[in-house]
Design a protein around this ligand. Structure first.
Ligand code: HEM
Length: 370
């Protein structure tokens, strides 16, 4: 009988200790903002302010918007992504300082990726200093305004393909058109052509592998969701589960396409002012550098993919949101159309860089100032 009672006492002590450790782990970071006297949103154990995101019922952007509104009246405030404390800045002046004047202190985006286990995710966007600075200075020359001007004809050609695609879609279904899909194909053609010298024709090819794998780069997936939750609980879990930032099939596909393009250009002495060229140059000019300074082939491949991913999804999302807003606001839409017509006649129908730079009202619309 005594043995039985001792067992229960031990058992209760064990459970209490276990729960105390778990509770401590789930809440140990939650006094950070209080200690620093920073206003903050009250967290709940383990999930912080991220419960709805962790359960998959709310987009993180919506959560941030709510937190932003809850912190109204404060220049900044504390929040918790699971256990990790984050500071949300609300004051435009402080934001300006962080992004411009004091940028040298804020170079890292704070996205966790272990490049050792996922080398093809080693893209500029995900790098921290000093690695970021080294890559940035090598890749910046690809984006000079002169080089961007040279890309104009290629963009125009993709524009014509898009118009043809719109007519083809409207023939199939005159009442409905999925503009998100149309502009996604268009921007993929543009980035493929301008950045990689590849004529993809995604706009007219529904079976395009670029479209297939491009969609998976940022598309929602259960694995990505699990990865994000693991990062927020403890990045160590990622190493065990081997979950990558970008789907590995996607990076492998773009990596092999870039490798073929690179080899073709090297063997045939093709010179073209684009991102592939900048990456090849960055690779070659480093051959005599120290080991630490050398950009490895995998880094070149991953960054080619990085430009592709950063270029097409952002552009197509911005265009489709802009078109959506214009569809809702007929008066603004009419003014945009009027401006384009007037400017076109001013430039005798020639659509070039000067023409685009003269579309001031459209520029305000895209920037969200209208
Ligand atoms: C409307 C279109 C676009 C939007 C809204 C957009 C948005 C952004 C944002 C918000 C960032 C992060 C900035 C920061 O943290 O300071 C970024 C970074 C970046 N974007 Fe874009 N982007 C667009 C188009 C493009 C295009 C066309 C390319 C390439 C061809 C590109 C390549 C990159 C790269 C490489 C970075 C990382 C830069 C670095 O770490 O130094 N983006 N973009």
């Amino acid at each position: 009988m005594l043995i039985f009672a001792n067992f229960w006492i031990d058992f209760i002590i064990l459970i209490t200790v276990l729960f105390s450790i778990i509770y401590y782990y789930c809440t140990s970071t939650f006094n950070v903002w209080k200690k620093l006297n920073v206003p903050y949103i009250r967290p709940i154990p383990l999930f912080g302010n991220y419960l709805r995101v962790a359960l998959g019922i709310e987009n993180p952007m919506e959560t941030y918007r709510k937190i932003y509104c809850e912190l109204a009246g404060f220049k900044y405030g504390g929040m918790f992504q699971m256990r990790t404390p984050y500071l949300m800045i609300r004051d435009p002046e402080i934001i300006n300082n962080i992004l411009i004047k004091d940028f040298s202190y804020f170079t890292d985006r704070g996205i966790y990726v272990d490049f050792k286990t996922e080398p093809l995710s080693e893209v500029l966007f995900l790098m921290n200093n000093p690695r970021w600075k080294k890559f940035r200075s090598k890749l910046s020359p690809a984006f000079s305004s002169g080089k961007l001007k040279q890309m104009f004809n290629q963009i125009e050609k993709c524009g014509h393909d898009m118009i043809n695609n719109i007519f083809a879609e409207l023939k199939k279904n005159p009442n409905d058109i999925d503009m998100r899909d149309v502009v996604a194909k268009y921007s993929m053609d543009v980035i493929g052509s301008c950045a990689f010298g590849l004529t993809l024709n995604v706009a007219s090819d529904d079976t395009s592998l670029f479209r297939k794998y491009g969609k998976t780069a940022f598309g929602p997936s259960i694995l990505y969701f699990i990865r994000e939750i693991c990062v927020m609980i403890s990045p160590a879990i990622l190493k065990i589960l081997r979950l990558t930032f970008f789907p590995s099939k996607t990076t492998a596909f773009f990596g092999s396409v870039f490798k073929e393009t690179k080899t073709y250009r090297e063997q045939n002495n093709v010179l073209r002012n684009d991102i592939v060229h900048a990456l090849i140059q960055a690779h070659q000019s480093d051959e005599n550098s120290s080991k630490d300074e050398t950009l490895m082939e995998s880094q070149i491949l991953s960054n080619a993919f990085g430009f592709f991913a950063a270029g097409f999804d952002t552009t197509s999302t911005s265009i489709s949101y802009c078109l959506y807003e214009l569809a809702l606001k007929k008066n603004i839409q009419d003014r945009v159309r009027e401006e384009i017509k007037l400017t076109k006649s001013k430039y005798n129908g020639v659509i070039d860089n000067e023409f685009l730079n003269d579309l001031h009202y459209l520029d305000m619309v895209i920037a969200g100032n209208k």
